[in-house]
Design a protein around this ligand. Structure first.
Ligand SMILES: Nc1ncnc2c1ncn2[C@@H]1O[C@H](COP(=O)(O)OP(=O)(O)O)[C@@H](O)[C@H]1O
Ligand SMILES: [Mg+2]
Length: 298
């Protein structure tokens, strides 16, 4: 069997004495090299727990995650994590924070080489000129940029992001989404990202993994983003012919299907190892998706 770069195989997680229901179980999905995958689901369904397992920070109760044909057994510089909070070292400058990561990754490099490499990633995220500032002197958006630069600077096999923009104001969030889109296109970085923002998922992801509500959460299906990367632009996303079909499908899942999925699959057709790949955009091309008109009050 040909495995994807990252293969999640039968994952389950139970907390406590084992008598409580599993947060999630029988989770199977894969991420190919260079793919950007978003996980969407309601708060508390277990998204962060899955990401922690992928990062090697938490152990599953059942199942395994295979990266490049090896089972994950702890944290690794192959997998960089960007958290919701920035988690920078407050006593180090921007350069210091990134250089620290770079020299852990390549311990034999001399200072000049570490600095040169770090500078490249500081420039990539638009922080040129801020090298000598400490986290306390930076805005929330700038701190998150440092986090992104640090994660990318170690050139990980995969980038893991847990709602990385949710603490930022809308303008900063939009700018950073654009940067991440551009950087990932340039570097072909493999990404797994959690979000609860439907538009963020449509803008960034090639595939969107839909997770049902817990306990005993499942992956319902995988939505293929039928808008190609080069046709996704934040400011006119909604003008793309596929946009409403994808968006409506995701919202319908979050509003209704995520709660009632067990009823939906009562006919026994669901196989967690062979998830449905749904392409809502294609159905929308012909006939066109119906857009609910704005209501006028006269
Ligand atoms: N260390 C822990 N001990 C006990 N319960 C936990 C622990 N971590 C998470 N949980 C529980 O697991 C469930 C999923 O949490 P989490 O993965 O953070 O959800 P999400 O990120 O989707 O909001 C929640 O009900 C949470 O209370
Ligand atoms: Mg979470």
């Amino acid at each position: 069997m040909e495995r994807p770069l990252i293969s999640v195989e039968g994952l389950a997680r139970r907390f406590g004495d084992g008598n409580q229901p599993a947060v999630f179980e029988n989770i199977w999905f894969g991420i190919d090299r260079g793919e950007f995958v978003c996980l969407i689901g309601h708060s508390g369904c277990g998204k962060t727990t899955i990401l922690n397992v992928l990062a090697g920070l938490d152990q599953p109760s059942d199942g395994a995650v295979i990266v490049d044909n090896r089972e994950i057994d702890g944290p690794s510089l192959d997998r960089a994590v960007i958290f919701q909070g920035h988690a920078l070292l407050p006593w180090l400058t921007v350069m210091g924070n990134i250089a620290f990561a770079v020299s852990s990754r390549w311990p034999k490099w001399d200072r000049a080489r570490v600095a040169e490499h770090s500078r490249k990633f500081i420039e990539l995220v638009g922080l040129k000129g801020a090298e000598n500032k400490r986290p306390a002197q930076l805005s929330g958006g700038m701190k998150q940029r440092v986090g992104i630069a640090r994660a990318l600077s170690i050139q990980p096999k995969m980038l893991l992001m847990d709602e990385p923009f949710s603490a930022l104001d809308a303008l900063t969030r939009g700018m950073l989404q654009d940067e991440v889109l551009r950087i990932c296109a340039d570097t072909r970085q493999t990404v797994f990202m959690i979000t609860h923002d439907v538009d963020e998922a449509i803008l960034l992801a090639d595939k969107i993994v839909l997770m049902t509500n817990g306990p005993g959460a499942k992956i319902a299906e995988i939505v293929v983003n039928t808008m190609p990367r080069n046709e996704r632009h934040r400011n006119d996303l909604h003008r793309h012919p596929q946009y409403y079909a994808i968006r409506n499908h995701l919202v319908e899942f979050l509003v209704n299907r995520s709660k009632a999925f067990d009823q939906e699959i009562a006919d026994g057709s669901y196989d967690p190892r062979r998830l449905k790949l749904v392409k809502p955009g294609l159905a929308a091309v012909n006939p066109p998706a119906e857009v609910v008109p704005l209501r006028h009050t006269h």
